[in-house]
Design a protein around this ligand. Structure first.
Ligand code: YNC
Ligand code: MG
Length: 402
């Protein structure tokens, strides 16, 4: 019955409008009316800000998430964000310690709950929202079902509002009132044998392990001429290409130069393990005509004698000049995206990823089947906070990504 969500500025189930609405905020507030202090926690717990530049505090967030963050329905796998990817995901341009909110046990000071937000400019059709993206909400398993999640959500809302941010985007596997869009996860086996051994990939009836291994075999060398790792000199060309490509979709992030640098350029001298992999295609005139990117996100295998981690690559953003002709030449775009994603798979294999994941969004429908991705059980719902928007086409026709 969504007792908490019914009190929040989000659309309700059963109130879907029959005709398109004028998009805009549900409510407009003044910063003077935002509480200056957090709500009081129950006895024995206290609020804290987490400083992720401090490796000890970063490690605390890592430990809480590794033990208690998102699992699949059968509790076989749990996301294991590395400290490198946590920094990447939570310390993007404009990040602030005030938006990395934790709850500690007063006596032991143990971190037992956390929620984070980062700022972004979010385009939704004709409007740009000065918004936040909320992620990494987690409550220790021993403190579940005690209504702590609504307390975390109200606190991160207050902290955004204090900084005059009134809209947010968030995603989740759970159904809440009411998704603006819904995607499905697709998976492309790279190390089929291992995925089978951990119970991720089934052996289809009438098949044999060696047939499956052969089906997913990949060449060692990439095929696109001019493909190379992204470098600092590519930041502006990638930004230009990406923003022209994203304009075709109903919802997307407006990346400025610093954001492109942060989200796409791997810093080799950072000492961190690699979180983001970005490749560009440079033509004979030194023009960047295409790029693709994927990020590294492991999952713990919860109860398996042989394996304890799956190395997954997640397709991130991509763009190609081939998609930018008017009208779009769908056949040419399909051919090009298949070539790009095929090379992404080859690189992912080289870096020892076990599986390559993608969502049913952007132009992914044009390559998922041909590149041997299969649909997963998982859905990903996209939500907007305090913004009433018309639905964005779901399934493989969905036109956005975040
Ligand atoms: C969820 N994922 O419906 P009702 S995704 C939002 N997102 O409220 P309790 C959720 N709400 O139905 P628990 C939610 N999951 O009564 C549950 N809820 O209205 C709602 N899991 O609270 C739920 N991380 O404390 C119900 O539940 C109420 O102890 C129940 O805690 C929930 O990060 C949770 O999946 C998820 O750690 C913290 O189960 C816990 O179970 C847990 O009794 C494993 O809560 C990890 C996990 C979620 C990953 C994510 C995005 C979060 C978005 C939050 C909403 C942000 C709104 C925008 C705020 C900024 C606004 C501005 C400006
Ligand atoms: Mg709780």
């Amino acid at each position: 019955s969504y007792k908490f969500w019914a009190t929040q500025p989000v659309p309700r189930f059963g109130e879907e409008p029959s005709a398109p609405i004028e998009e805009g905020p549900f409510k407009i507030q003044k910063v003077e009316d935002v509480p200056k202090e957090p709500s009081k926690l129950v006895d024995g717990f206290e609020w804290d800000f987490l400083d992720l530049t401090d490796s000890k505090q970063l490690e605390e967030v890592y430990d809480l998430l590794s033990g208690h963050f998102v699992e699949d329905d059968e509790a076989m796998f749990r996301f294991r964000y590395s400290t490198a990817i946590l920094k990447w995901a939570m310390m993007s341009p404009g990040w602030k310690k005030q938006w990395h909110r934790g709850v500690r046990a007063t006596q032991s000071k143990k971190l037992v709950a956390f929620i984070a937000a980062i700022p972004l400019e979010l385009r939704v059709r004709k409007n740009t929202l000065h918004a936040s993206e909320v992620n990494f909400m987690v409550v220790h398993k021993k403190l579940r079902s005690k209504r702590l999640a609504p307390v975390l959500i109200k606190e991160i809302t207050r902290l955004c509002n204090v900084d005059e941010v009134w809209q947010a985007i968030y995603t989740g596997g759970v159904v809440l009132p009411r998704p603006v869009s819904t995607c499905r996860y697709f998976h492309r086996a790279i190390n089929w044998q291992k995925l089978w051994e951990v119970g991720f990939s089934p052996l289809p009836p009438n098949s044999k392990p060696q047939y499956q291994v052969r089906k997913y075999a990949l060449p060692d060398q990439t095929a696109i001429r001019g493909l190379r790792e992204m470098e600092a000199k590519d930041i502006e060309p990638v930004q230009d290409l990406l923003m022209r490509y994203l304009k075709r979709f109903d919802m997307y992030q407006e990346f400025d130069r610093e954001e492109v640098e942060h989200w796409f350029l791997h810093k080799k001298d950072s000492g961190d393990e690699q979180a983001i992999y970005t490749y560009v295609v440079e033509d004979s005139n030194k023009k960047i005509t295409d790029f693709f990117s994927f990020y590294a996100l492991d999952s713990s295998v919860i109860n398996n004698p042989k394996h304890d981690v799956i190395h997954a690559a997640y397709l991130f953003y991509y763009a190609t000049e081939v998609g930018l002709t008017t009208p779009v030449d769908k056949t040419a775009l399909k051919t090009r995206l298949n070539a790009l994603v095929s090379d992404a798979l080859i690189l992912a294999k080289r870096f020892k990823f076990d599986v390559f994941n993608a969502l049913s969004l952007m132009d992914n429908a044009l390559f998922l089947e041909q590149q041997k991705f299969g649909p997963g059980d998982g859905q990903l719902h996209y939500y907007l906070f305090n913004y009433n928007a018309n639905p964005i086409a779901g399934g493989v026709n969905k036109r956005n990504q975040l």
